[in-house]
Design a protein around this ligand. Structure first.
Ligand SMILES: [Zn+2]
Length: 292
């Protein structure tokens, strides 16, 4: 007799639905949603609520993405006329209202990214809902609108999370990885649009790391990221998928990497069969396709 549990595990009851005859607007070959995760101070503070805010070096490293990198990132997006979505923990938005203004002034979208970049995996329903509602209230106050979509801090998302988003009337999630085209995900509560992400397009793998409470950083040449992201763009363009980035302003917003990103944007922009939009616009497109 073995003591191992050899029964199949119970998976959550989450369904997937692909719209019939999916296509990109104007019959484009693929879609691009450039998403920035502006985690800021919420990273170190979430992990060490008491000590995090006092750690000047960690806070300064986090804030670099906002005070120093963000204006340069916005200039890059203006130069190439590329729309973007910024997923911002609401605490970071309340600490840097001017950054929120700059993002909105350029017509970009602000998405939900928790209050303090909470990892909600395994969290009690009431606590998780409180985070969603608290962050919604802050972002609504600062931007005049309730965020339509969410991307999960630390890619922590459960059926409960999807239910909360549906209950709050949100439009899309951008945290899952099974497909590479927009589709619908459903629970017993209803449906959301899913805008799949990929670890390949997440800069954390190349440049990630934190000073506190961690102590290690991955520091690859920007050329490596350039090669990986261009390869993935070419592949997604071939297969008709969504290039949905996860760039962090304090990582990819470093000067040498921004020069690389300008090069990448320029190369991607040479193709006229690419659809560019915010995450909200991509999700709206799927709703439109579904209602036709
Ligand atoms: Zn994040």
């Amino acid at each position: 007799m073995t003591s191992l549990d050899l029964n199949p595990p119970r998976y959550p009851n989450v369904s997937v639905r692909h719209p019939e005859n999916f296509k990109w607007p104007d019959a484009k070959a693929c879609g691009v949603t450039i998403a920035w995760h502006m985690d800021g101070e919420a990273g170190p503070v979430f992990w060490e609520r008491e000590k995090g805010p006092k750690h000047l070096a960690a806070i300064s490293e986090a804030a670099y993405g906002i005070t120093t990198a963000l204006p340069r990132i916005l200039e890059l997006h203006r130069r190439f006329e590329i729309p973007a979505t910024f997923f911002v923990p609401a605490h970071v938005a309340e600490r840097h209202p001017h950054a929120v203004e700059l993002i909105l002034k350029d017509g970009h979208e602000i998405g939900h990214h928790g209050y303090m970049h909470e990892n909600v995996f395994g969290m009690e329903l009431e606590d998780e809902r409180a985070i969603f509602e608290h962050a919604n209230a802050i972002l609504q106050n600062l931007t005049g609108e309730t965020p339509r979509g969410w991307s999960a801090p630390g890619w922590a998302v459960t059926e409960q999370t999807l239910n909360i988003m549906i209950e709050l009337g949100m439009l899309y999630d951008g945290s899952l990885m099974e497909y590479d085209r927009p589709h619908f995900i459903g629970t017993a509560q209803g449906e959301l649009v899913e805008l799949p992400i990929s670890m390949v397009l997440d800069d954390w793998a190349m440049f990630g790391g934190g000073i506190f409470p961690y102590s290690q950083a991955q520091i690859m040449p920007a050329d490596h990221a350039h090669q990986i992201w261009l390869e993935e763009f070419n592949g997604l363009r071939h297969y008709g998928g969504l290039f949905h980035s996860t760039f962090h302003p304090n990582l990819t917003g470093r000067p040498g990497r921004l020069l690389m990103l300008a090069q990448l944007f320029e190369q991607m922009r040479t193709h006229d069969d690419v659809w560019w939009g915010t995450c909200e616009q991509a999700a709206e497109w799927l709703m439109h396709l579904d209602n036709k």
